[in-house]
Design a protein around this ligand. Structure first.
Ligand code: FE
Length: 279
């Protein structure tokens, strides 16, 4: 059965961290497990000295996944881990029991400005994995599999899961699909899906349709159940992220950068952060 477009969540623009502009679908809260948040950072063209990021802040109980299309970010945490994110790179960070980190533009972006565009998604962890040891997977663009269909009208970058015969190299705690797709005008992409998984499409360029229903730029399309998705690009082509994963059927207690199952666990997280024992 083909998946249909069940509903479209519109996006609004918010200021996050030190004041960087993001496009965020409204009501992401617990809308489609296991995803907690989807931010499109930019695209924004910074002048010299204008670029902003998120200074030191904590996380516990879930994963943050950053995928950069343009610009440069740098990451540093309180345990001494650090790394650069360049166009096409992915950082898959499992905060687990706790990370305190900063996510800032690279020095050249601060100095000279430039185009910044990327995504950050938050992936929930099941209760049994919420307090796992923090883990980083910094994957450079060239190590992330890409594939095109036989007539060259569909391109896919496979961050997690599989698409067009290519399999991701990133190891996820729970099975996740994270595909960046570019479709030429009128191109058709067929995606076989795990029937019991949730699946959504975030469109950020051009337009497309799913079983005859339109999904435009900035729309987050939540899909019905099914074992196949067929995307049809509009006249200008289409660009989107395809995101999927299992339903985590557990209570969510959330306070800012902490996502746990109970209020007690949230109090504990806040206390650990204040005592300096979170990370
Ligand atoms: Fe963060």
């Amino acid at each position: 059965m083909n998946r249909t477009l069940r509903s479209v969540v519109p996006t609004h623009t918010v200021l996050e961290g030190g004041g960087f502009k993001v496009r965020r679908p409204v009501a992401m809260g617990r809308l489609m497990s296991p995803f907690l948040l989807l931010d499109e950072m930019g695209p924004v063209n910074y002048g010299p000295g204008e670029a902003v990021g998120a200074p030191d802040h904590p996380h516990r109980g879930f994963e943050t996944v950053t995928y950069l299309l343009h610009g440069g970010m740098k990451h540093a945490d309180s345990a001494g881990n650090h790394g650069d994110l360049n166009p096409g790179d992915v950082q898959w960070m499992t905060a687990g029991r706790g990370v305190i980190h900063s996510e800032l533009p690279q020095d050249h972006m601060m100095e000279h400005g430039g185009l910044m565009h990327g995504f950050q998604i938050w992936v929930n962890l099941p209760a049994k994995d919420k307090m796992m040891a923090p883990r980083y997977q910094d994957i450079p663009s060239e190590a992330i599999p890409e594939a095109t269909n036989t007539d060259g009208t569909v391109w896919a970058k496979v961050i997690a899961g599989t698409a067009l015969g290519a399999e991701a190299v990133i190891d996820t705690v729970i099975p996740i699909t994270y595909i960046h797709l570019k479709l030429q005008p009128g191109a058709v992409y067929e995606h076989p899906c795990t029937p019991e998984h949730n699946l959504m499409v975030y469109a950020f360029g051009g337009s497309m349709s799913i079983e005859g229903k339109a999904l435009g730029d900035g729309g987050l399309g939540l899909l019905s159940e099914g074992d196949r998705l067929v995307l049809v690009a509009g006249n200008e082509g289409a660009e989107c992220l395809l995101l999927g994963g299992p339903e985590i059927d557990e209570p969510i207690a959330r306070y800012g950068p902490f996502v746990m199952n109970t209020r007690e666990e949230i109090y504990q997280a806040v206390q650990d952060y204040q005592n300096g024992t979170l990370a």
